[in-house]
Design a protein around this ligand. Sequence first.
Ligand code: FEO
Ligand code: CA
Ligand code: CA
Ligand code: CA
Length: 632
Amino acid sequence: MNKDHLQADSAMHSESDSDFSKIIDAGLSRRRFLQGGATAMGLFLAANPLAEAMAATSNPQSKLLGFTKVPASTADTFVVPEGYVAKPLISWGDPILKGAPEFDESGTQPASAQAGQFGDNTDGMTFFPLSDDHGLLAVNNEYTNYPLLFDHRGEAMTADDVKKAQAAVGISVFEIRRTADGWEYSKDSDYNRRITANTEMMLTGPAAGDDLLKTSVDASGTKVLGTFNNCANGETPWGTYLTCEENFNGFFAKPGGGQTAHEKRYGLKDDSDYQWFKFDDRFDITKEPNEPNRHGWVVEIDPMDPTSTPLKRTALGRFKHENAAVIVADNGHVVVYLGDDERGEHLYKFVSKNKYNATDKAANRNLLEEGTLYVSRFSAQPGEVKGTGEWIELTYGKNGLTKENGFNSQAEVLIYAREAATVVGATTMDRPEWVAVNHKTKTVCCTLTNNKYRGKKDNQPVGGPNPRANNKYGQIVRWNETNGDNSATTFKWDLFLVAGNPTVHNDFYAGSANINDENMFNSPDGLGFDKAGRLWILTDGKYSNEGDFAGMGNNQMLCADPQTGEVRRFATGPIACEITGLTFSPDQRTVFVGVQHPGEDDKPSHFPAGGNSKPRSTIMAIQRKDGGIIGA
Ligand code: FEO
Ligand code: CA
Ligand code: CA
Ligand code: CA
């Protein structure tokens, strides 16, 4: 480590109350640090255990990354590196069930058509292989864009329109095959399935059957219709798909207001842009006050059995679930890392009570039924962007989760997990999006996408893994659990990267040393390791290409070498899209990536068909022309 940096570090501390957060919060310029003999980023590096690795990226010779970087783009196309080809596999509205009609862009197709077609807004997905060249893709359809879904743009809703919107969300499962022309999906496969906001599913686990989950049509508190706002995903080693219910609150309304504290904490509002409550009573909170409690869970689905009942796993807690990153700890317990994507909410993990049975896959089917939910608390010395952390148990009767604090049972702790996390003193985070686990090293990473409230709200102080006030760009936090045991209750953390714009800022908003004018981006969201340990990063950020975001272009896909810290841009998406959803063929020679909402807010995209066509969310299959490993 550079001695000058250390000296500058201590000098800064003496003049600024030894408080790293105040240094950043005060907006001290890089120039001032330069005058003091070190750069702001120098301080950042001095405090960062990655300093040397990051510094090494000024001369990047990563052995892991073998592709040619692509420039930022504002074009209405999907751009991949030289030697690669990207083809649309399926777009919103393509038929996947037998007898379903072809997509019609008029916006007048009825609910019955959408019910047999690929849903809107492709998001998290998993490839379930039948071979290297053949398998099922299970895909989330997060929400739906009314200006594209309807000819009336959502301004003249009918009961059938609500049913159509309910059929445009949820999950799509369909069979795909690699052919000489690339990947194709099978329109008439018996495996194909749509799961929508009206598919019957079961609540299971400690909260199932609780009074708070009972409604006028379900006295059992276990039988629930549908899943929606399924953001990202996970997959289990026993072959099931996990779909994560994120901003479910937006589909409910409480006309007249008067929200309870619980309803406020979960973002339930008077009105809903989707307008389902006007035609379907279960989305009207004044009529069905417990219906929102039946959403905000992780749902487990067997993709190989199209008649199977999806299972909502209440043991994993209720919040705005982003994804579910699964690893079997060395001791056999199944660990699931879970982010709650909202400014100032938390990062969780679940550890199963029972152990994984590698020799009998079926014996694992209920491992997510019972276990312990934890929430994270990060610690750091002032001036450091690394430190230690602990996982605090969210179990009724422990850590203040008692009647005095408003909890009457484990069911209530799980249903109101956010409030339980507050009681135990969890760290408020900059919007935890995807978590990814490197299965070789057991290292875990989480994208903290951005947070305009950081430093502005009392419960969101600047510091630790959230080191910048008004965080426009986001960062990736990384941790290793004690003794490499993913079920452990303590860990060590640092920041893998801090996104920023070094062409606009010369302070901490320039980002960490591995961010430069050729790879800069904002709002990391999707995240995943491939088998070789490359870290893939997908963005869902501002695409104005102006001001703080000048030179960043459209949303994009990057690849990082966790050893050297190098980050290289791999692909860029079309106009006004988010890149989200990431899964590989088992041979790692194809990566599937989602282009979500091209042309949102009436931006001028005609992706993927071009011409004057309606923009459509689309899954891209990316291969190398020489058939090689993606990224190598
Ligand atoms: Fe649906 Fe947090 O992204
Ligand atoms: Ca996301
Ligand atoms: Ca996002
Ligand atoms: Ca999105």
